[in-house]
Design a protein around this ligand. Structure first.
Ligand code: GLC
Length: 717
């Protein structure tokens, strides 16, 4: 009897399906597979033993399996198709870490809506995004996929992404589900080594790693993905504190929880399950609804039920979550899309324009001595060197999904296309990882050049999942290449295209300008060409601290004071000041969180707090005057940080509590109002109760996390 969507209410409709399903068909809805699974996929879909497929980009192939599910299985329950559309489907946006540099959640939402449209039209129903893992260790390859080190910025972006992925009215009758991941604390993998253990206090979990997840779920995110790591020795995918106590009970989430790729089966490697049957039991107890690519649920849930180790109620609850999702996405009424429509919108002019709008704001100007930039190329000779200058693969970044290399313009091509009456000479100099530097070829193009654009960085395969690095230097001979260029005396713009912050400390003094371009996606070339000549005035600000050296890591701004802060007069022992610092390195990052330059110059003027004291239920209003002192229109990010001077636990030396990106015309002054919510500087006291304590708070206002103090206010209970 084929299920056909009668115009009933969803609950009634789902009850009617559940009543007719066999146990095998129910368990099938809890199984997700990709095409690499070593089974007869078509037979399993036809028998209802699989409810979801993922990592299928081709809409016709999706339709092939959907046709089997809908028209050849007993009940005709449609498949739900998941994909990792992390920063683009066909039109590729900058990697999420770069997008976070825009500090523009509204623009991220707009651009990711475009991505959602391409994905929906191409038959994807479920986006395994947003990835919201706070990351403070750039050795971790997946720092590329998130929004950096700060929970407040990360939460704002998480909300925007969920709104974009689950937007209404993109495809008539259909919607896409978002999937917030990886729950939780994955970015704190010890040593920055992917999949490694995570050891975090409950306070750190609640104050740093949970907020972006809560923001995503509060924005209506329909699904959540578990994580691979063990959290305090309990693997996240079997962690009932995470998945039941916090997610289901404290936060009240009743949506679908999917494991990460075989994360249930990996409980065996973690050493908490002897076999797949025990792994299935542990995951079921943690209310993981769907087994992604695992050999646990499909082959062991029935036995566990027969042995009375799990209840049929739990299976029915999990199946209902899957069927509810399919109904909410319109899959019962519209299991298919029109393949031709997708081709019409892929990389359309409008989509590429949207991508560029975000990419323009995702690049960060970190140095610009002597106002080298913007550089007027007319009549000039530009030496373009470096392996990423003529690369159209790496600049798409990790998780580039269906990105089209033939439609990705290199930086060199973009410059050649954009600049008129300009002589552009190119020498690659070296490859990204090769050990040979062809210095002569570089010297040749530098001769007589007015400026050098040196483009270096990482290949896309050096960041992302399972791609952590123990060193953060430029790979291969690239550092030697930059040093060679610096010796030439030609004014040099260093452009870094990478998936993470790199250690550039030794190179910065030898260049005149530094652009952190990250892996910028389809329009990366055009962005750099436009920023170089001033068509675009850069406005990006770092969402993560740039380390001076690997030894500092983790280096982040919202650290605690310690009992011997480097700023204070240290304790004198053995005739030496003992402070929390290194003998051989500064405590400070090379560039701090929130930092970014513009071709314009901005100044914070008067800052006026509405009053001196507030109750914990009042928002703290602050009038801020911001001036563009230059004769160039530009955008900047006004940031407000707060420090709780004395609290019942040690609090960070400062934490971001408000920001606003604003554009000012030449010479323009704007007065803006910051509205700070006390909950953003609340914390968990020694009893793990969330509190906003009375006391004195310092407030800092500026354009990065080193913002000067602008005032003080009190919370009076
Ligand atoms: C991967 C990743 C996860 C992704 C999933 C499906 O291993 O950890 O982020 O969504 O598998 O591809």
């Amino acid at each position: 009897m084929k299920i056909r969507y009668q115009n009933q209410s969803t609950p009634q409709f789902l009850d009617s399906i559940l009543e007719t399903m066999t146990l095998e068909e129910k368990i099938g809805q809890l199984v997700q597979a990709d095409l690499s699974w070593d089974v007869d996929l078509e037979s399993m879909v036809r028998s209802g033993a699989i409810g979801s497929l993922f990592t299928i980009k081709d809409v016709n192939l999706i339709h092939h399996y959907q046709d089997i599910a809908v028209n050849q299985s007993r009940l005709g329950i449609p498949l739900i198709i998941g994909n990792d559309v992390i920063h683009g489907f066909k039109t590729i946006l900058p990697i999420p870490l770069a997008q976070a540099c825009s500090w523009n959640p509204g623009l991220i939402e707009e651009a990711e809506r475009m991505v959602t449209k391409e994905a929906l039209y191409a038959g994807t129903h479920w986006n395994f995004a947003p990835m919201v893992d706070v990351a403070r260790d750039p050795r971790w390859g997946r720092i590329a996929e998130g929004s950096g080190e700060d929970p407040f910025l990360g939460a704002a972006i998480a909300e925007a992404r969920v709104r974009a992925y689950q937007a209404e009215a993109i495809l008539p009758g259909r919607k896409m589900a978002a999937c917030v991941k990886h729950f939780a604390g994955y970015g704190a993998a010890i040593g920055g080594k992917d999949y490694n253990s995570v050891d975090l206090s409950e306070r750190s979990m609640r104050e740093v790693y949970f907020p972006p997840f809560q923001a995503a779920l509060n924005a209506g995110c329909k699904t959540l993905m578990t994580a691979f790591h063990d959290l305090n020795a309990i693997p996240a995918t079997a962690n009932t504190w995470l998945l039941v106590d916090m997610l289901r009970k404290e936060w009240g989430f009743d949506g679908l929880v999917v494991s990460d790729f075989d994360a249930i089966g990996e409980l065996i490697h973690h050493g908490i399950a002897a076999d797949h049957k025990e792994a299935a039991l542990l995951a079921a107890r943690a209310q993981v609804d769907m087994d992604m690519m695992g050999n646990a649920y499909p082959f062991h849930l029935k036995t566990l039920l027969d042995e009375g180790k799990i209840e049929l109620d739990w299976i029915n609850c999990a199946v209902r979550r899957v069927l509810t999702l399919k109904a909410e996405l319109g899959l019962f009424e519209h299991p298919f899309v029109d393949p031709l429509q997708a081709e019409e919108i892929f990389l359309s002019e409008a989509h590429v324009k949207t991508a560029k709008k975000l990419a323009d704001e995702s690049i960060v100007l970190l140095k610009n001595d002597n106002h080298l930039l913007p550089f007027d190329p007319k009549g000039k000779t530009i030496a373009v060197v470096g392996p990423l200058a003529n690369d159209c693969t790496s600049i798409l970044g990790c998780w580039r999904f269906a990105g089209d290399l033939t439609r990705t313009e290199t930086i060199l091509d973009a410059m050649s296309r954009t600049y008129r009456d300009t002589t552009i000479r190119f020498a690659q100099g070296c490859t990204v990882t090769g050990e040979i530097l062809n210095a002569d070829s570089v010297s040749k193009v530098l001769e007589g050049a007015d400026v050098c654009v040196c483009v270096v960085g990482e290949e896309e395969s050096m960041s992302g999942e399972a791609h952590s690095r123990a060193f953060l230097d430029l790979p291969g001979q690239q550092k030697a290449l930059v040093e060679h260029v610096s010796k030439s005396g030609v004014p040099t713009v260093l452009v870094v295209a990478s998936g993470r912050p790199l250690v550039l400390t030794d190179l910065v003094p030898g260049v005149d300008a530094l652009l952190m371009a990250w892996h910028g996606g389809t329009t990366a070339g055009a962005v750099i060409a436009d920023v170089f000549c001033g068509v675009i005035n850069p406005s990006g600000h770092l969402p993560v601290s740039m380390p001076r050296s690997i030894g500092q890591i983790p280096v982040y701004y919202a650290h605690n004071s310690t009992g011997r802060p480097v700023e204070a007069r240290g304790v004198i022992q053995f005739n030496r000041e003992h402070k929390s610092k290194y003998l051989d390195e500064s405590n400070e990052p090379l560039y701090p969180f929130g930092f970014g330059l513009s071709y314009a110059h901005f100044k914070i003027g008067e800052v006026v707090l509405e009053k001196e004291s507030f109750t914990k239920n009042e928002q703290i209003l602050m009038r801020i005057s911001v001036q563009n002192e230059s004769n160039i229109r530009g955008a900047t990010v006004v940031q407000v940080y707060v420090r709780d001077r004395v609290a019942s636990v040690a609090r960070p030396v400062r934490q971001l509590v408000w920001f606003e990106k604003l554009t000012l015309d030449r010479g323009e002054t704007k007065k803006i109002t910051a509205a700070i919510l006390p909950k953003h500087f609340g914390f968990y006291d020694p009893s793990m109760t969330f509190v906003i304590e009375p006391g004195v708070y310092d407030v800092f206002v500026g354009f990065d996390s080193k913002a000067p103090q602008a005032g003080t206010f009190s919370i009076t209970g």
